[in-house]
Design a protein. Structure first.
Length: 81
C-alpha cells in the first residue's frame, strides 16, 4: 500500500528517519489502514506516487574544498572531508 504522509510521522518498518509531510512511502496493508484511520496519511496510487517523489540531490564535489596552508606556510594542502 502506498501512502502520503499528512504530518511528520515515524514508521520504523519503513525507515529509521522521520517521514515528512507530503512524502510518499510504502507500507503493509495493516499498518497503512491504521495510519489512515488515525488521520496521519492518505492512500495514493503508484503512478501518482512516482510523480510526487522528490529527486535526490547530488552531494557537492570534493573539488570545492578550500586550500589550507600549514603553520610554516611552506606548502598548501586541501582539508580532508
Amino acid at each position: 500500500m502506498i501512502l502520503q504522509a499528512l504530518d511528520t510521522i515515524h514508521v520504523s518498518s519503513v525507515s529509521s528517519e522521520n517521514i515528512t509531510t507530503g512524502q510518499t512511502f510504502e507500507v503493509d496493508d495493516r499498518a497503512g489502514h491504521s495510519l489512515i484511520e488515525r488521520g496521519l496519511a492518505i492512500e495514493v496510487d503508484a503512478a501518482a506516487a512516482a510523480k510526487t517523489e522528490p529527486a535526490v540531490k547530488a552531494e557537492p564535489e570534493a573539488a570545492e574544498q578550500t586550500p589550507i596552508a600549514n603553520k610554516a606556510g611552506a606548502s598548501v594542502r586541501t582539508k580532508a572531508a
